[in-house]
Design a binder for this molecule. Structure first.
Ligand SMILES: [Zn+2]
Length: 164
């Protein structure tokens, strides 16, 4: 009985710790972005319904690199119009600039990248896996830098990703 209680308690503690850890990690993106929704410009506050949005949707490219993440209102994140997707290069450039201001140490940056890959289950990027990377931060950075240089046209960006 006691042993079982102790075990359950241990699991509860561990779950709580992991939840807190994951929760805080997501907060890093909201802090980096100053709680301003990248899509509508509204300044949210702690406790509002907010989301961490993948700028290039996970269905298209599996990466949770901070350059691909931005803070948005929960509602703004629900549906992405083509018009929004056209502006992907601008959003990624913004997330990159804010990341460079916010995250200082490169090892910390790598750890947060690795953690986000686990949280969002994006460690299975077939594209980078096929190139032999497990965590492919450098590959992602080259990839996102190429996207930043592209015209604001989702059809072209989408073709580029498919042919990568
Ligand atoms: Zn919004």
């Amino acid at each position: 009985m006691w042993a079982k209680y102790k075990q359950t308690n241990k699991i509860k503690k561990l779950t709580g710790f992991l939840f807190g850890y994951f929760y805080l990690s997501k907060m890093a993106i909201h802090f980096r972005d100053g709680y301003v929704c990248a899509l509508c410009g509204k300044r949210n506050s702690i406790g509002d319904e907010i989301n961490v949005d993948h700028i290039i949707p996970k269905s298209k490219y599996q990466s949770s690199h901070p350059w691909n993440l931005q803070s948005t209102c929960e509602n703004c994140n629900i549906e992405k119009s083509t018009q929004l997707l056209d502006n992907v290069p601008i959003y990624i450039k913004g997330a990159k600039d804010r990341s460079e201001d916010f995250f200082n140490e490169s090892w910390e940056f790598f750890e947060i990248y690795r953690l986000f890959s686990i949280i969002y289950k994006t460690y299975n990027n077939p594209l980078t896996k096929s190139k032999g990377y497990e965590y492919s931060m450098d590959f992602d950075q080259m990839f996102f830098s190429s996207i930043i240089d592209m015209p604001n046209n989702w059809d072209k960006i989408s073709d580029f990703i498919d042919n990568k």
